[in-house]
Design a protein. Structure first.
Length: 340
């Protein structure tokens, strides 16, 4: 069986290797033929050693896959052989609030093997069926990006019809967020550094207004666009300097879903902005399998497809990582294990 491992020492440490098949599934587990894997910004951090440092021994890369169930272990009721499935990011977080035990089951980092292998064993309770209208490549994009966007906009953002939702960037989480904002009948303001991507976002994802996060005074632009009201929800993928400005751009009672660190892990915020506008900042760590089922269900009912930027073959995994790092993408970057 072929797989890719990472060691936390850069993309040179992303190695393709032969290994033994994983064997038979135990109680509550299933054996899955992996068909597609999607990349996340976290995969770059793990490869670079910016997430959990050096991986010694190296771990199997990546966290998001879709594939076909080959064999089920004893007591498995959720899925059967032949089912098309996608995985939750945590091997164990069925529902409710995270805890110290479950947090260690996040795959593809911190010493826990990921899913970029031809076969994996996964707990059946952490698998969700891929909707019929979606391909394996599309199904593989929900695990982190789709789930996180759902958590940011719906579970914790509580966006309602006619709300204004500010979304930063056009990466994996952000494009899912734009689709979900439209699904709930809210209005989106996209902040992007790219005019070309802004045009695509307006055309394909119903973005109402566009701003540029590199331009001074963008928080005031958000307040102006919303007629002085401010954003009801912010999907904050940047952290760093962006967080304080996102808080300033909020409506009274606004909710900032703090997702990412593209602009750094240290922020300076003006406490007065939080107090005066009664803003809530909520840290997001993806969500539980229950919430993953909810977002996949919503895409199934609405017959919407996740947006794929580019699909690479298994042999071109290193190029897929490099493409993600170049930030040319809009939406998701996927590795198709069936393509050579
Ligand atoms: N907490 C969680 O559960 C969770 C889950 C998923 C991701 N994350 C984090 O969320 C972030 C995004 O992840 P992703 O996988 O969606 O990344 P991604 O696909 O690599 O997104 C990259 C895009 O982000 C935008 N961007 C870059 N720097 C920015 C900045 N300073 N301010 C605003 N936007 C910026 C750019 O969009 P433009 O080209 O349009 O400018 C860029 O193309 C990462 O920090 C990741 O670690 C956290």
């Amino acid at each position: 069986m072929k797989r890719y491992t990472v060691n936390g020492k850069g993309l040179d440490g992303l190695q393709r290797e032969e290994s033994h098949p994983p064997g038979a599934p135990r109680r509550g587990e299933v054996l899955v033929d992996v068909r597609a894997v999607s990349l996340n910004y976290r995969d770059l951090m793990v490869a670079d050693g910016r997430y959990g440092g050096e991986q010694n021994p190296p771990i199997v890369a990546c966290s998001d896959m879709a594939g076909e169930v080959v064999e089920v272990g004893p007591d498995v009721t959720e899925v059967k052989a032949g089912d098309r499935v996608l995985n939750a990011p945590f091997r164990c977080w069925p529902a409710g609030t995270m805890n110290n035990k479950w947090v260690k089951t996040f795959v593809g980092g911190n010493g826990v093997d990921g899913v970029l292998a031809q076969q994996i064993i996964y707990p059946s309770a952490a698998l969700v069926n891929v909707p019929e209208h979606l391909t394996f490549c599309e199904g593989a994009t929900f695990t982190i990006a789709g789930l996180t966007a759902w958590a940011a906009v719906v579970t914790h953002g509580k966006a309602k019809p006619s709300d204004w939702v500010l979304v930063h960037g056009t990466g994996g989480v952000s494009i899912f967020a734009l689709q979900i904002v439209r699904m709930v009948g809210a209005r989106s303001i996209l902040s992007t550094s790219s005019e070309a991507k802004a045009e695509i976002a307006k055309r394909e994802f119903g973005v109402t207004e566009v701003i540029d996060y590199r331009q001074h005074g963008w928080s005031q632009r958000v307040v102006d666009i919303t007629g002085g009201r401010g954003a009801d929800v912010v999907v904050e993928v940047a952290g760093g300097r962006s967080l304080g400005l996102s808080i300033q751009s909020c409506a009274y009672g606004g909710r900032v879903s703090l997702v990412g660190v593209l602009d750094g892990v240290k922020s300076m915020i003006n406490v007065r902005d939080l107090l005066r506008r009664q803003v809530t900042v909520r840290g997001i760590l993806m969500e539980s399998t229950e919430e993953l089922r909810a977002v996949v269900y919503a895409y199934d009912v609405a017959k919407i497809r996740p947006h794929l930027s580019r699909v690479f073959s298994f042999n071109h995994t290193v190029q897929a990582y490099e493409y993600l790092r170049s930030q040319q993408h809009i939406g998701k970057v996927v590795i198709d294990l069936m393509a050579v």
